[in-house]
Structure formats: structure tokens, C-alpha cells
Ligand binder design. Structure first.
Ligand SMILES: [Zn+2]
Length: 431
């Protein structure tokens, strides 16, 4: 069966920060979908198909679904936890909540809630940390599979400096990760991500085990945290006195490369940035989290100038908003504080195709092009009274996007398609 999704269609094929020829926009556009994939995109008159079931979203904008490359599944109930800074926040709030994901029933219940929140916010792919428990990753993969979502996830590896209820050991963390890889990696649209939480909570033996997993599974994603705040960096360097800097710890264990995602990456030396560029390692900006925990101001301009590919993410639950629109708003403000101005086209590229590039998945998701999965979001720039009032003065796509970026959240998401299926929960189900 074919579906024709009508709307004002925007698609990126390149980064607006790098070229003027970055996107296509069809004011009377349509996307033809068959078997979960985009077959054609263009002017409605050119691709209308009498065989297709037509869904008319005009006058709303239709674009590739958002991608969230750094988010914590077991932190659904950690958002807005009152704490001084990162290390207190982890010990006082996060670890006790994550301990509950040992229970497979709790993990399964929260996996549904987690994916519903992503869909409600127009996010169609995420790269997620689980808890230390194998059951957490099992539950999340099963829930994503039933929704047909492209999801990357991994069980967190952590064997020190946290309560026993959220710790494993080097060998069991390797064994559990390996079992999860065998069961889930490459199954449908699912991918495993090797997930050492960060250097503070891993012994050298455990980082070695993570490195072994990376060697045994070439091209597999690796996710962790890097240089989020000063107290964290100080403790990290005490734990690894032989390392020349924070990044060097991961480097020594073979954890850098084009599929390695470093959350935060705020306080880096020039050497670290250069080494990230040299190895292709990605930096993932988490603006609402960095502001909420007072961690610091990511310097996207400097990272790009150094040749580092960057992504932008919510980092729920250090992050405060599930919406990639709200996330882009805070990224804009952080750039302002850095003396840089982010163009709305560059922002929307970043949250879609840009994050697909960061994940190495731009051949499958992140743009509205034939052959890509029909993972789409439908956005209404007039979703609230305040947005409607503001929208009356709009006379360009750029302004319309900027309203969505600065004023938008889940209320602006009209529908979310995953592989061509409308998945947004109804008001009754979604609350
Ligand atoms: Zn994080």
C-alpha cells in the first residue's frame, strides 16, 4: 500500500553552515511512501498517485523526524531533580532511580513511556544509555522493535564509584553486553551501542573490556561522557593519573573513532579537540543539561573549526526537555553567549540530518529523500496562542522555523511517522 503525505515539505541534503545549496522546500509538497520508505518527494502535482492513500497535513511543515543522539532511558523520572552539580545529581537522584531498572516489569513499563515521549516530541531515532542492568536494554529494544523505530542503545557498564545496586564487574559487563549484541544488534532497525558510562565509574579493567567489545564488533557505536564539568574532570584525572588528559583515557582503551559519541565535551584542550578530529570521534552537545547542571558552555564553532563532527541532544534526565525544538532553543542561547549566531536552517539541519551524520546513519535517516525511511515529523508553527500571534508577522520560512525553535515544544508536533506509520499517541493514551 502506498501513502501520500501532503504538506509543506522541507528536506536537507547538506549542512546550511557549509553551503548555500543545503535544502529543498516544496510549499505544496508531498511525500510518497511505500513499505516504510520514501519513494518520491516533490511538488504535489508531480508525484500525486491515484493508488495512494492521501493524508493532508497542509498548512503544516513536514520534515525528517528528529534524532536524539544522547539520552538516558532510566532517567525518565529524574528530570528536574534539584542538585548542586553533576556528581551530586548522580549520587542523590540518578543512581537510586536507575537501580529500579533491575526489575524487568518496571523496565518494560518505562520503556513504553520513554518511547511515547520521544514520539510525542517528534523524535524518531535516539541513541540511549540503559541502566547497568541487562533487563533495561532488553526492555528498550523490545519496545522499539514493536514500534519499528531505529534505536541505538546499550546497557551501561559501571563497576566503581556508585552504589552496589547500579554496579557490575568488568567481566559480567562484557558478558551481558555481548549477549545483548548477539540478541539485538542488527535486528530490524536496532543497533547496539557499547556504553561505558564514563571513566569515573569504570575501572581500567572495564574500559579494557569495552575496548575488546569495540575490537570484536568493528563499526559498532560507542557512547560515553567526556569533560562535562570541572569537578568531574579533576576526579577523572586522579583515577587515571597516567593519562595525559580526559580524552586520552578513552583513547588508550581503543574507544575513539567515527562511531564514538562523546556526550558534553565542553572543557577540552586544543589537543583533545584535535585528537577527536583526527579519530573522527563525535562531540554531542547537550544544551539544556549543561545549563541545568551549570556544567558550562559548549563551543560548537570551535569544535567544528577543529574539524570535529558535532550532534545535539536532550540528555534526558540531566536535560530538562524532551523536545528537540526546546533543545535547539537553548543551543541557540549558548551560541549567543559564545558570541555566535545560529541560523534556523542550520539548527533544523543539526537536529535531523546533522545528527544522522553524527551517528553515521545519514544513508538511512535524517532527510526526506527517496530510499530513506519515512521517519517524519509534522510541525505546526501556530500551535499555541503566543505562536499564532507571533506567526501573524512572519513572511519567510526562516522566520517560521525560528518561531518553532524558540517557542515550540511537543505542542507543535502534529504527528510523528516512523517508517510511514503515524505513531503519535492519542491525548487519552499520551496524557
Ligand atoms: Zn548523559
Amino acid at each position: 500500500m502506498k501513502t501520500l503525505i501532503r504538506g509543506r515539505v522541507l528536506s536537507f541534503h547538506a549542512d546550511p553552515a557549509e553551503t548555500d545549496d543545503s535544502h529543498r522546500f516544496w510549499d505544496n509538497g508531498a511525500i510518497l511512501v511505500q513499505d516504510g520508505r520514501i519513494v518520491a518527494v516533490g511538488d504535489y502535482g508531480d508525484i500525486a498517485d491515484p493508488q495512494a492513500q492521501e493524508i493532508d497535513h497542509r498548512p503544516h511543515l513536514v520534515m525528517a523526524g528528529f534524532i536524539d543522539p544522547h539520552i538516558h532511558f532510566p532517567q525518565v523520572q529524574v528530570v528536574a531533580a534539584w542538585a548542586a552539580e553533576l556528581l551530586d545529581w548522580l549520587n542523590d537522584h540518578t543512581f537510586p532511580i536507575e537501580a529500579q531498572y533491575r526489575d524487568p516489569d518496571h523496565a518494560a513499563h518505562m520503556a513504553g513511556a520513554f518511547l511515547d515521549q520521544l514520539i510525542l516530541n517528534g523524535t524518531t531515532t535516539a541513541c540511549a544509555f540503559g541502566s547497568v542492568h541487562k533487563a533495561s536494554a532488553e526492555a528498550l529494544f523490545a519496545a522499539a522493535e514493536s514500534r519499528g523505530m531505529a534505536l541505538l542503545a546499550g546497557k551501561v557498564m559501571m563497576d566503581r564509584n556508585a552504589p552496589d545496586a547500579v554496579l557490575d564487574d568488568a567481566q559480567p559487563s562484557y558478558d551481558d553486553s555481548r549477549a545483548l549484541i548477539e540478541r539485538w544488534h542488527g535486528r530490524g532497525r536496532l543497533e547496539y551501542a557499547i556504553t561505558p558510562r564514563f571513566a569515573i565509574t569504570s575501572t581500567p579493567e572495564q574500559l579494557r573490556a569495552a575496548g575488546t567489545l569495540a575490537t570484536e564488533n568493528p563499526g559498532m557505536a560507542i557512547q560515553t561522557h567526556l569533560s562535562e564539568n570541572h569537578a568531574e574532570i579533576e576526579l577523572t584525572l586522579q583515577l587515571y593519573p597516567e593519562a595525559r588528559d580526559y580524552l586520552d583515557i578513552y583513547d588508550r582503551f581503543g574507544l575513539l573513532g567515527p562511531r564514538s559519541l562523546m556526550g558534553h565535551a565542553i572543557h577540552l584542550s586544543a589537543r583533545e579537540a584535535a585528537r577527536m578530529a583526527e579519530t573522527g570521534t563525535r562531540a554531542i552537545h547537550c544544551p539544556t543539561s549543561n545549563l541545568f547542571l551549570g556544567s558550562g558552555l559548549f563551543d560548537d564553532h570551535a569544535m567544528r573549526a577543529a574539524g570535529v563532527v558535532t550532534g545535539v541532544a536532550t540528555d534526558i534526565g540531566g536535560g530538562t526537555d524532551w523536545s528537540m525544538l526546546a533543545t535547539l532553543a537553548e543551543a541557540y542561547k549558548i551560541a549567543q553567549l559564545r558570541g555566535r549566531r545560529m541560523h534556523p536552517l542550520a539548527a533544523f539541519h543539526w537536529a535531523t540530518r546533522g545528527n544522522a551524520v553524527a551517528l553515521g546513519m545519514e544513508d538511512r535517516i535524517g532527510s526526506v529523500q527517496p530510499g530513506r525511511f519515512a521517519d517524519l515529523v509534522v510541525l505546526d508553527p501556530r500551535a499555541t496562542q503566543a505562536m499564532r500571534l507571533r506567526h501573524d508577522k512572519v513572511d519567510s520560512l526562516m522566520q517560521e522555523l525560528f518561531i518553532l525553535q524558540v517557542m515550540g515544544d511537543d505542542r507543535a508536533v502534529v504527528e510523528t511517522y516512523v517508517a510511514g506509520r503515524a505513531l503519535k499517541p492519542t491525548a487519552a493514551a499520551g496524557g
